[in-house]
Design a protein around this ligand. Structure first.
Ligand SMILES: Cc1cc2nc3c(=O)[nH]c(=O)nc-3n(C[C@H](O)[C@H](O)[C@H](O)COP(=O)(O)O)c2cc1C
Length: 184
């Protein structure tokens, strides 16, 4: 797929079929992710791939509970669904790829975010949907969240990305005009 088509066509996907995504395909997405630039080529990332639906369900439940307990905004209109028992924070996607920083440093979050963007664009080019689930991030960085995924305590999760086969075509959401300042 043409890069421009991928950049303009990718959408946050929130409706997935229950079909699995082949392991080789997921490895291909991660291969694209690690071709992102990173500060000093440090590549301070790891990819935790979760495909266990029961575990995804438990993570969803615990991440919502954590958000409701810790965020005063958790029941406002933005976070309202967090109090809804039926709401699946990962939208029943078959795969979660959690990109975590494995080292400390001033740019590890930027590095992981760039890897995440590559991964989401590659997913779109492969006919898959993706969505960054920021609302799960704080829980995944708790001691309990890390233990649930058997992750080293020192890693810092940056990008929980769900992946799967979309069941609907997601309409584009509008963009503001960019604020451009030409300083000549
Ligand atoms: C850092 C970050 C966190 C996000 N967190 C969530 C989330 O928790 N739940 C969700 O449904 N979408 C989440 N999104 C998706 C955004 O809502 C979406 O990218 C945005 O509305 C623009 O839509 P588009 O990706 O289709 O262009 C997140 C996106 C980013 C970059």
């Amino acid at each position: 797929m043409d890069l421009t088509e991928a950049i303009f066509g990718r959408r946050a996907t929130r409706h997935y079929s229950s079909a699995d995504v082949a392991e080789a395909t997921l490895e291909g997405l991660i291969h694209a992710a690690v071709h992102a630039p990173s500060a000093l080529n440090g590549q301070p990332w790891a990819f935790t791939v979760v495909r266990d639906r029961a575990l995804m369900g438990r993570l969803s439940r615990d991440a919502k509970a954590h958000l409701v307990a810790t965020s005063p905004a958790a029941t406002d209109s933005l976070h309202g669904p967090m109090a809804d028992e039926q709401f699946h924070i990962f939208y029943d996607a078959p795969v979660l790829i959690l990109i975590s920083a494995t080292a400390e440093g001033p740019w590890v979050v930027e590095d992981c975010a760039l890897a995440a963007q590559n991964l989401m664009l590659a997913a779109y080019a492969a006919g898959l949907g993706s969505c960054w689930i920021g609302s799960a991030q704080t829980y995944l960085n708790t001691r309990e969240g890390k233990m649930a995924l058997d992750m080293p305590a020192a890693w810092v999760s940056v990008a929980p990305i769900i992946i799967g086969h979309p069941t609907v075509v997601t309409a584009p959401v509008s963009r503001n005009l960019p604020l451009i300042r030409w300083v000549d």
